[in-house]
Design a binder for this molecule. Structure first.
Ligand SMILES: [Fe+2]
Length: 247
């Protein structure tokens, strides 16, 4: 079984389409989504429709999904992100907003055969509704204290990083991770729709259950089309510019 782990899609239809093309080539048969399906880019309805049609093992709520669905005052959002949330609210149906607001904060996936056991969360396992960021081994260690499975996937920072706990917690960038017994893994799969690690290519991860391996994938997509749609929608131009540089 190969599970594609997709996060921070952020309404980027071109990136999502390219990623799904790649998951088919790689033989992925299941999907999980670690939140922030909407926000920032110009195709929230289309991205929601596609994600909901996937063979999903689990999906959790991101902060953009939460603020879009819950119509709350925008706390902790910069001006551009807030504008995009307000614009996104107007694009979605009541049924879609309701679906977003009912998403769980974290999920555990257990399958019997083949044996699969992992967790997903958008921000952190210790305080998932506070939307904290895990960038270092200290915040990773705090999250891992509330991680009951050997493997956990997360997003939110839009930066692929892997943290490994043995006696201590270490972390860094990764391409392929061979999962060892008696280790705990906390893995950020990067962002499909708005990468921020200075690599503009869409990012996601594949968990190959039989091989016991997680690989980070990068896919080129039609950035220019996404940019044009952002500008045509009247969304802030900075949201278009950042896609080209992956920041
Ligand atoms: Fe995000």
């Amino acid at each position: 079984m190969r599970i594609a782990v997709l996060g921070d899609i952020h309404s980027n239809l071109e990136a999502l389409t390219a990623v799904l093309e790649k998951t088919k080539q790689l033989g992925c048969d299941k999907y999980v989504c670690i939140g922030d399906i909407v926000g920032y880019n110009a195709n929230p309805h289309e991205c929601l429709e596609i994600v909901r049609s996937l063979d999903l093992l689990a999906v959790v709520m991101g902060n953009h999904d939460s603020y879009t669905g819950n119509m709350r005052e925008l706390v902790g959002f910069n001006l551009q992100a807030a504008k995009a949330v307000e614009w996104t609210r107007e694009q979605l149906s009541e049924e879609e907003l309701d679906w977003l607001r009912k998403l769980p904060m974290k999920e555990e996936v257990f399958l019997g055969s083949p044996s699969v056991r992992f967790s997903i969360v958008h921000s952190t396992m210790d305080n998932p509704n506070m939307w904290g960021y895990i960038f270092d081994r200290f915040t990773a260690a705090a999250s891992m204290q509330y991680q009951w499975t050997p493997l956990c996937f997360f997003g939110h920072t839009h930066t692929p990083l892997a943290f490994i706990k043995t006696d201590t917690v270490t972390g860094g960038i990764y391409d392929t991770l061979k999962l060892e017994p008696n280790h705990k893994y906390l893995i950020n799969v990067g962002s499909v729709g708005q990468p921020r690690d200075r690599d503009p290519r869409a990012a996601f991860a594949v968990y190959d259950v039989e091989a016991g391996e997680v690989t980070l994938q990068r896919v080129e997509y039609d950035v220019e089309s996404s940019q044009k749609k952002i500008l045509a929608a009247g969304l802030p131009s900075r949201l278009a510019e950042r896609l080209a540089v992956g920041r």
